[in-house]
Write a protein that binds this ligand. Structure first.
Ligand code: NAI
Ligand code: SF4
Length: 427
């Protein structure tokens, strides 16, 4: 009631999203719960329409999942809303662990109310009463900020048994991931929440139909929930106008490596790799660009000639890499990509949960071969087997880790042969 009184007779709050292309965070309205949640309040005036409005706006916007896979968000919300099971869950995946990715960390810190409102809108859409933010265990300060925002939302009457005076119920709790890269995979995450060993489940069924405790569960990434709030608040025309040309909307990127100003940038969707590098202050010491990993450790290395490719799911797929979670790692001339590729392969070998034999054994086999070539104990020509090994993992691994584990290294072997050590000399 107190919350509604605050708003009685007052104009709806300004819901302009934060645009941070210059890294100047204008986040005051978003760290104050009482100044936010206008969209929820406005929609609750006509509660019957909430699912229809939210799903329609998200579908029109063509928003894709920003965790990395790019599944259409509106379709996901619609599929879960159609499930007839009375108990459903909302999960915000904040277990950001892809090497090179740190955008969600910044969103959690600066825009917690956008995330909470996105989860609430999703709950009102699919008919859930319980939400969980599953957060990376190293994100302690962000967890505290988020908990404070959740507490504020309860104090404003926006969360709890009577959401904004509507008699609808929605609670959010934070669950700290037990740790490990694979525990961010959506079904390993569910296992961890159910107090089991954190290994991925075989999909389908997807969590949308069989999720937490077997119930329909909507899982979205931090950025996806935050962007959903802005889209539902401001509609498709506004969203389309934010992007470059035909590319809709805005996108957060983490950019790191050989640039002058690494950090998190929110930019119009569709800007090129070159433009993002320029936003990040250009290459360090004006060195020439050698390669880019556009989607973190899971993506293939792109040679510098692709610098004018738009940062978009399809555009990057067309040049043999992927947008993934928007983790752009910039590599200048002078670095050896075989070393980098080996380091990535070791990472996936170390993080493999071991459930699938090809991933467990194949990743170890690949690391051993690559190390032997590096140390001169093995003939580099024997790495010809790598594409076949990679294909085997792709075909037989049950989760994304095994499917991409050897991809980055293979892109080095294929696109940067000059960086591959000579290995053992053949007589
Ligand atoms: P996926 O494509 O299998 O699934 C994406 C989402 O769509 C999931 O929520 C899934 O449940 C849903 N989905 C897919 N097909 C569906 C269907 N037919 N019906 C209903 N729902 C469906 O991708 P996955 O394995 O979930 O994620 C892989 C991506 O994660 C990689 O591309 C990588 O970029 C990214 N990643 C991100 C990390 C991060 O820290 N942000 C860490 C590791 C990987
Ligand atoms: Fe575990 Fe690898 Fe199988 Fe994924 S592909 S479930 S990480 S063994």
């Amino acid at each position: 009631d107190a919350f509604l009184e605050d708003f009685a007779g007052s104009p709806l709050p300004d819901l302009s999203p934060v645009t941070t292309a210059t890294r100047e965070w204008k986040c005051d309205p978003y760290t104050n719960a009482a100044a936010h949640y206008g969209t929820v309040q406005r929609l609750l005036i006509d509660a019957e329409d909430i699912p229809q409005i939210c799903i329609e706006r998200l579908k029109q916007s063509k928003l894709k999942g920003m965790g990395g896979a790019g599944f259409p968000t509106g379709l996901k919300w619609e599929l879960v809303s159609q499930e007839t099971e009375p108990v459903k869950y909302i999960i915000c995946n904040a277990d950001e662990s892809e090497p090179g990715t740190f955008k969600d960390r910044v969103i959690l810190e600066h825009l917690p109310h956008l995330i909470i409102e996105g989860m609430l809108l999703a709950a009102l859409t699919i008919g859930a009463e319980q939400g969980i933010v599953y957060i990376r265990h190293e994100y302690g300060p962000e967890r505290e900020i988020l908990q404070t925002a959740i507490n504020d939302a309860y104090n404003c009457g926006i969360l709890g048994a009577n959401v904004a005076g509507s008699s609808r119920k929605f609670d959010i709790e934070i669950f700290v991931s037990p740790g490990g890269y694979i525990l961010g995979e959506e079904t390993a995450l569910l296992e961890a929440l159910e107090d089991k060993r954190g290994e991925p489940r075989i999909r389908p069924p997807y969590p949308g139909t069989h999720g937490l405790w077997g119930k329909p569960t909507l899982i979205n990434n931090v950025e996806t929930f935050a962007l959903s709030t802005s889209i539902i608040a401001q509609g498709n025309d506004w969203w389309q106008a934010q992007g470059v040309g035909d590319y809709p909307g805005l996108k957060f990127f983490s950019i790191s490596g050989d640039v002058n100003e690494p950090g998190v940038y929110e930019v119009p969707h569709g800007i090129t790799i070159a433009e993002l590098i320029a936003r990040a202050g250009g290459l360090k010491d004006d060195r020439p660009l050698k390669a880019v990993l556009p989607g973190g450790a899971s993506s293939n290395f792109l040679p510098a000639e692709h610098i004018d490719t738009p940062l978009d799911f399809d555009a990057l797929r067309n040049v043999g890499s992927m947008l993934g979670s928007g983790a752009v790692v910039v590599i200048a001339e002078g670095r050896n990509l075989f070393d980098l590729g080996l380091s990535i392969t070791r990472f996936f070998r170390n993080e493999s949960c071991g459930k699938c034999v090809p991933c467990r054994i194949g990743s170890e086999k690949a690391v051993r071969m690559l190390e032997q070539v590096q140390s001169g104990e093995r003939d580099a020509a024997s790495l010809d087997i790598m594409p076949e090994l990679s294909e085997t993992l792709l075909q037989t691994s049950i989760c994304g880790l095994g499917q991409v584990a050897l991809g980055p290294m293979n892109s080095v072997l294929e696109r940067f042969p000059q960086d591959v050590p000579a290995g053992k000399e053949t007589p």
